[in-house]
Ligand binder design. Structure first.
Ligand code: SF4
Ligand code: SF4
Ligand code: SF4
Length: 315
């Protein structure tokens, strides 16, 4: 493997030649803010927050897509970079509801984190605001369109699973939004409620509905565990408050790990002190279901019942 040597914020980095600047920075402990980048997704360079300055180059470049070269000298927090970053964040906030006080994502939201880091605030303006629309049709996912920053992460992660590919972008320009199938409600769409998209959304535009109102991230404890439903062992978290396990959520699907509703419900059943009623989809509608039906163990329980009756007859 070929390596290159570059300097980032005065630190020497020796990294594979295939690395991007953002990856090289991570290697030497420098965090470059980014809203649309994720190491497990294809690069789109959509948010423009990861801009950096490269000596000898008058333009700023997106560090998530720019490959490293030998001898490169990079500045990730120069005056020019910080100015550009503040502008990107201000434009996002100008088009975003001022809802951090009650938003379920507060404390984990990347937009909130970077606005704080760069001291960018919500402000009054006369321009247009994104139309407000909240899709509450699913018992598992809430979509809040006004909070979407169009980072593409949800679309890219959903399309990684061949038989899902539910999410697309609908409309154009200012009207652009994330759509479930051909702009259906979540309930009507072919979404299987795996929550992959929820785990990766950097803001509160896609939320885990079963978690909402139960606890804030800073209010309790988070314990990671692996789902025991199948051999993939997807990563989940249980959130506890006042010594009670109040919610389970999917954490991060790794490579080859699809996440699924059955795994999530099994995890809730096994870990929660007071699990909420499960819902399953029948004929395109969410309906309340028994735990036996939701976990697909009705057949096993019937068989056990029959075996018990047989044993009783033989006694
Ligand atoms: S999505 Fe983030 S920035 Fe927007 S209201 Fe929620 S916490 Fe605040
Ligand atoms: S929950 Fe799963 S299937 Fe549904 S849109 Fe999100 S990633 Fe796609
Ligand atoms: S819904 Fe979330 S993940 Fe999807 S594009 Fe909007 S902000 Fe990004």
């Amino acid at each position: 493997m070929r390596y290159v040597t570059l300097t980032i914020d005065g630190k020497k980095a020796v990294v594979p030649a295939s690395y991007t600047i953002l990856q090289a920075a991570e290697e030497v402990g420098i965090e470059i803010p980014a809203l649309c980048y994720d190491p497990d997704l294809e690069i789109v360079g959509a948010c423009r927050l990861c801009l950096v300055e490269i000596e000898g180059n008058p333009k700023l470049h997106t560090s998530c897509s720019m490959a490293v070269t030998d001898g490169m000298v990079v500045h990730t927090e120069s005056e020019k970079v910080v100015h550009a970053r503040k502008m990107v964040l201000q434009l996002l906030l100008d088009n975003h509801p001022n809802d951090c006080l009650t938003c379920q994502k507060a404390g984990e939201c990347l937009l909130q984190k970077y606005a704080y880091m760069y001291d960018v605030k919500f402000r009054e303006h006369d321009g247009a605001y994104k139309p407000e629309y909240t899709d509450t049709s699913s018992p598992y996912i809430l979509k809040d369109e006004a909070k979407c920053i169009l980072c593409h992460k949800c679309v890219r992660i959903c399309e990684q699973v061949a038989d899902r590919q539910v999410l697309t972008f609908a409309n154009r320009g200012f009207e652009t939004k994330v759509a479930f199938d051909a702009d259906m409600s979540i309930e009507e769409s072919s979404c299987v409620s795996c929550n992959r998209c929820v785990t990766i959304c950097p803001v509160g535009a896609l939320l885990d509905k079963r978690l909402m109102g139960k606890t804030r991230i800073w209010d309790g404890e988070v314990t990671e565990f692996k789902c025991k439903s199948c051999e993939y062992g997807c990563d989940f978290e249980v959130l506890s408050k006042n010594g009670k396990n109040v919610a389970v959520r999917a954490k991060s699907p790794g490579e080859g790990r699809p996440l699924c509703l059955k795994g999530r419900l099994t995890s809730e059943f096994l870990n929660l002190d007071d699990p909420e009623t499960p819902y399953i989809k029948e004929d395109g509608k969410f309906i309340e279901a028994s735990w036996e039906k939701a976990l697909e163990i009705e057949g096993i329980l019937d068989k056990l019942d029959k075996m018990d009756s047989k044993d009783a007859e033989q006694c």
